[in-house]
Design a protein around this ligand. Structure first.
Ligand code: ZN
Length: 238
């Protein structure tokens, strides 16, 4: 109970500070919310949506679940997308994964059962099956996991593009783009995965193009890291 009381006290201090800075702050928020962005991310406590992109309450519409899954059968997520697109008229939808994701890790680990969440992680295991050859080609578990995190963002972002609310919006000429991003816990930085779509597309062609870019960027990243290590080794030996 003591810990919960602390949270309530923190809230009271936060609200008081907000009013001190701007006396109309909550009155304005109460009257309207006009976010331009819908963030679909992982529930992980280390990836707080608003904080990462420095956005205030009212500026970001957020849906989070384990491993940032967008399933067409998930009425919760699909309702959020519909509300954001049709009512709030957001201009951008970002699917945001992160490296070091427990859901992605569990989806790769066939040796254990995660109980009820196994049903949910089936959506990520579908991504594993789809890209099994690419994942098997990675030399370490760490690299396999980071690649799956990126491919999972790609597939979930494609699912946004083929959701009824988004297709309807594009059909009536509404301005709306869908993006795929990934967050690195180690440096706090978001990376764009070269997925940005603003019109109905051929999923198969887009998938092939994006996977190619993901693999090329990963090769560039490894080359950069290897050059840095080699430079540091040379400097240490000099
Ligand atoms: Zn996660």
């Amino acid at each position: 109970m003591e810990e919960l009381r602390q949270l309530l006290e923190n809230n009271a201090r936060w609200a008081a500070a907000a009013v001190e800075r701007d006396p109309d702050y909550f009155k304005r928020l109460e009257r309207q919310q006009q976010p331009q962005h819908l963030w679909i991310g992982c529930s992980d406590s280390r990836v707080p949506a608003n904080e990462i992109v420095a956005m205030q309450p009212g500026e970001l519409f957020v849906h989070r679940n384990v491993a940032n899954v967008v399933a067409h059968s998930d009425l919760n997520c699909q309702s959020v997308i519909q509300f954001a697109v049709e009512r709030l008229r957001v201009k951008h939808v970002m699917v945001v994964g992160h490296y070091g994701c427990s859901g992605v890790h569990a989806a790769l680990d066939r040796s254990r059962s995660a109980g009820i969440s196994d049903y949910w992680l089936g959506h990520v295991r579908d991504v594993v099956s789809q890209y099994q050859n690419l994942l098997d080609a990675e030399p370490t578990d760490h690299r396999r996991e980071s690649l799956l995190g990126e491919l999972n963002v790609l597939e979930q972002a494609l699912n946004v593009c083929t959701s009824a609310a988004v297709l309807d919006a594009w059909a009536r000429g509404q301005e709306l783009s869908v993006h795929g991003w990934i967050y690195r816990l180690g440096d706090g930085l978001l990376r764009h995965l070269n997925f940005a779509v603003d019109a109905p597309c051929d999923s198969s062609e887009l998938r092939t193009r994006c996977v190619g870019k993901i693999l090329a960027e990963r090769a560039r990243y490894r080359a950069r890291r290897s050059a840095e290590v080699s430079k540091a080794t040379t400097a240490a030996g000099a």
